[in-house]
Design a protein. Structure first.
Length: 611
């Protein structure tokens, strides 16, 4: 009898499994309770898109539930995947209540009369202190430790909003709920960071100590869990990481999951024979139906639902490193490729993984496929720049978490399995990088001295609770929940000082003498010919008065942009109208991308005499 390979928790045991049929759909969970699933999950169709839910309410674009619902399991959101670690307190231990982060009402300050409604000073003090401590973790982790990952924790409000008076108790409670969600959002991100890199405190740029990080994470509290649509999200979810971190996993088990051998590890046929308390002896199990077939399938696929042995051979057996050779790696099936430059990793990949070579006879590009290993054991031991920060037992899972935001396919994106190049570059599925890079959740308007006293009776304007924001008091730009098209430079400019971005040719280190020149083998299919035909896309001009659209374009275009520019012709984007009075900000490199720059006659200054 085949012994199935199933997902286990940190103790190596299969978590408690439960399933139940609700409205004709079988719902299953590992480590959770089906009774915790809310009706807005089980009572609606399973969403098939990252951007909208079946009823079109934009519920999966980062919008948080209310304080009464946010602690319940919710659908997996690629842009906000850390919300699976959202802390909850089902046993009423009081951990969240002590920090005023539960769904109870915030007490008002009795020192003021009925005409001045504001939270108690100790409540506001707790919120401001948590804000500073959590913000430091997000800044250190999201800006310094993992600079390649997009991060977007920009809140709708901040604790200093509570210094203002409110017209009613209801308005005050609404504003306090927004602050609670802000702090819990940052706390869930910190819990995710600690689960992926439990030794992150060792990083030289991470200021928060280990004890302080553990106190902020409230690891004694369970996580709310995550609901996964396996058929849609299998290319980026990390089931084992969640279970080892104590995050309950919920999923619908429909016909499309049952007939797909990728998901055999989550089959109720197998999991129903196990519990976290005891293991039923397989010899005593009466095999029914296709139990044996499903058990064998669990051994054929890995923890990321990929074939362990895809029966694939390299296009080439070896290569030589030349002065213009570029190296890339595709970490998982269906992902985009990412640049690889560490010579130690390259030599290891060369022996462990299958690879292919693109060449025009002079410039080489070697692409490794981590999901097509030659030697599975060696492939799992590949070095990582985060070796000192994570648990070395499963570095592949850490890589999956750290690079999913920049490499995993989302919202209809399709990458070529051999090259890792996006096959549908004009699909406008921009939910991958809407966060615009790592950033803290600090907002504008924070006082220079947060500990200074503030009398709400001296404040003459009202807060968001009355929907009367004063522009002089609140300068924060809220992130849109709609599918707004990103700015032009968002599509053209690479992310900051990305250490993995392709460096300019003149800045590359000279290669050693034994370094890859092709051994007379030419690629039969050039790289550009693998790309789909791209026609110039006409678009209506958009009048813009902001000169930020022409901020200096730093860095050279990527390889794929060069190919599209040379082989497919110029691309047309909406143009912007620039002020002639700000010539120092002009960037004529945008003309190469089909951007039309016109003068703004209203802003043009007449030339002074003698000039």
């Amino acid at each position: 009898m085949a012994v199935p390979e199933l997902f286990t928790d940190k103790d190596g045991r299969v978590p408690a499994f439960r399933d139940r049929e609700i409205d004709g759909i079988t719902w299953a969970t590992l480590g959770g309770d089906i009774a915790n699933l809310p009706t807005y999950i089980t009572g609606r169709p399973v969403p098939q898109d990252d951007a909208t839910d079946p009823e079109g309410s934009k519920a999966f674009r980062g919008r948080l539930r209310s304080m009464r619902e946010v602690h319940l399991p919710d659908w997996y959101e690629p842009l906000f995947h850390w919300r699976a670690f959202w802390p909850t307190d089902p046993m009423n231990t009081g951990e969240l209540q002590k920090l005023f982060l539960d769904d109870s009402e915030v007490p008002s300050d009795p020192a003021y009369g009925p005409d001045t409604i504001t939270p108690r000073p100790d409540v506001k003090g707790v919120y401001k202190d948590l804000y500073h401590r959590l913000n430091r973790v997000v800044e250190d982790g999201g800006l310094r430790v993992i600079p390649t990952m997009p991060r977007h924790l920009s809140p709708p409000s901040n604790p200093w909003d509570l210094d203002k008076p409110f017209r009613s108790m209801a308005a005050m409670q609404e504003a306090a709920s927004e602050v609670k969600l802000l702090l819990l959002e940052a706390m869930s991100w910190a819990r995710w960071l600690q689960a992926v890199l439990p030794k992150v405190h060792r990083h030289k740029d991470f200021v928060t100590s280990e004890d302080e990080l553990l106190r902020l994470c409230l690891l004694d509290l369970p996580s709310r869990g995550v609901v996964v649509n396996l058929s849609k999200d299998w290319k980026e979810v990390n089931i084992r990481l969640w279970l080892e971190a104590g995050v309950p996993v919920y999923y619908p088990w429909r016909l499309e999951e049952r007939v797909n051998p990728r998901f055999a590890k989550l089959s109720p046929i197998l999991l129903s024979t196990y519990t976290s308390e005891e293991h039923v002896a397989l010899d005593a199990v009466d095999p029914k139906g296709n139990w044996e077939v499903v058990a064998r399938q669990t051994n054929e696929y890995d923890d990321f639902f990929q074939l362990k042995d895809p029966e694939y051979v390299s296009f080439y057996e070896t290569f030589e490193v030349g002065p213009t050779t570029d190296f890339y790696i595709i970490n998982f099936e269906g992902w985009s490729r990412r640049p690889l430059y560490l010579s130690l990793e390259i030599s290891t990949y060369r022996n462990a993984l299958h690879f292919m070579i693109d060449s025009d006879g002079f410039d080489n590009a070697v692409t490794f496929w981590r999901w097509r290993p030659r030697n599975l054991a060696l492939a799992l031991e590949l070095p990582s720049r985060f070796d000192d920060l994570h648990d070395s037992r499963r570095p592949t899972g850490v890589i999956r978490e750290l690079w999913k935001d920049s490499c995993a396919p989302r919202t209809g994106q399709t990458f070529d399995l051999d090259t890792g190049i996006l096959l549908n570059p004009f699909s406008h599925s921009e939910t991958r990088r809407l966060s615009g890079g790592a950033q803290s959740f600090r907002v504008a308007g924070e006082p220079d001295r947060p500990d200074s006293e503030f009398d709400p009776r001296q404040y003459t304007r009202w807060t968001r609770g009355d929907h009367q924001r004063a522009s002089s008091e609140d300068t924060m730009e809220l992130s849109s929940e709609e599918d707004d098209a990103p700015t032009l430079l968002r599509r053209l400019t690479p992310v900051g000082n990305n250490p993995w971005a392709t460096p300019p040719a003149d800045s590359r280190k000279p290669s050693p003498p034994n370094a890859p020149v092709r051994r007379g083998v030419r690629s039969e299919v050039p790289l550009a010919s693998r790309l789909p035909a791209v026609a110039a896309r006409p678009s209506s001009p958009i009048l813009r008065s902001d000169t930020m659209a022409v901020m200096t374009y730093q860095g050279l275009p990527s390889t794929i942009q060069k190919v599209l520019q040379e082989e497919a012709g110029p691309m047309t984007y909406p143009f912007s109208v620039m002020h002639l009075t700000e010539q120092g900000n002009w960037n004529f490199l945008l003309l190469d991308y089909g951007v039309l720059i016109l003068p703004d006659e209203k802003a043009e200054r007449p030339a002074s005499p003698g000039h």
